[in-house]
Write a protein that binds this ligand. Structure first.
Ligand SMILES: [Zn+2]
Length: 239
């Protein structure tokens, strides 16, 4: 039996599966990286200087416009066969597979996955900058770059985790629980160096399978390493 068939059997047998995805998950979709997006007007800016709360407070329009540009780029790409295979598996096997992602592109959600734990947020969504007051109503925001509350001026900001910010505690707690309870963890397209990928993989009590065309930091901790791209391997594993 080859490794792919072995993992297919594990998928069939596992009552709970956790799938942890990183940038490689979206590679076939052509999502531009942080760096790729720095062209034209934006070439002179360093993403690490824009993706912070301090930058947004100092220059809210500049940071808002940068995110608007990145949102436009992401809106032009589509979920790939890997995202679609995950969503189909969830629909056919309710409650068996939890998606934990480091990606902010929202492609798992657009593919139809439910209950996605987006550890670094979702660039397609906004949230309040300050804790919302009773006047802060999402359905009545004042248009602008960025939009704001007509009552108190509270600003809308991209719902992503900025440099220096904590991961969303609720999503992180649920990801830790999913990792601790799963019988099979699929680690897809992540190098394993970005916190908290490694911690979640080491927490998994059952089988750990890496899907990645390149060697990763987590290969040593895996039961099987499948050298391939998410868009090719996941449809074979999850069909
Ligand atoms: Zn308000």
């Amino acid at each position: 039996m080859n490794d792919l068939e072995k993992v297919r059997d594990w998928v069939r047998a596992a009552r709970r599966i956790a799938l942890l995805s990183g940038a490689g998950m979206s590679a076939e979709s052509g999502v531009p990286t942080f760096r790729d997006a720095q062209t034209g007007l934006w070439a002179k800016f360093d993403p690490q200087q824009l993706a912070t709360e301090a930058a947004f407070r100092a220059k809210p329009r500049l940071v808002w416009d940068w995110y608007a540009m990145r949102r436009e780029l992401i809106a032009r790409v589509d979920p790939n066969e890997g995202h679609l295979a995950v969503a189909r598996f969830q629909a056919a096997n309710p409650g068996r597979l939890t998606v934990i992602t480091q990606n902010v592109d929202g492609l798992h959600q657009r593919a139809g996955s439910s209950g996605v734990l987006a550890l670094h947020g979702n660039i397609t969504e906004d949230q309040w900058l300050e804790t919302p007051r009773s006047c802060c109503k999402v359905e009545a925001v004042e248009a602008g770059r960025p939009p704001s509350c007509a009552g108190c001026g509270n600003l809308r900001r991209p719902a992503v985790v900025w440099f220096g910010e904590m991961l969303p505690p609720d999503a992180l707690a649920r990801a830790e629980q999913a990792a601790a309870e799963c019988e099979l963890m699929l680690v897809v397209g992540t190098s394993g160096v970005v916190y908290p990928a490694a911690g979640l993989a080491y927490r998994a009590p059952g089988k750990v399978v890496i899907v990645n065309p390149e060697p990763t930091e987590l290969d040593g901790a895996a039961h099987v390493v499948l050298r391939g791209r998410a868009a090719e391997v996941l449809p074979q594993l999850l069909s």
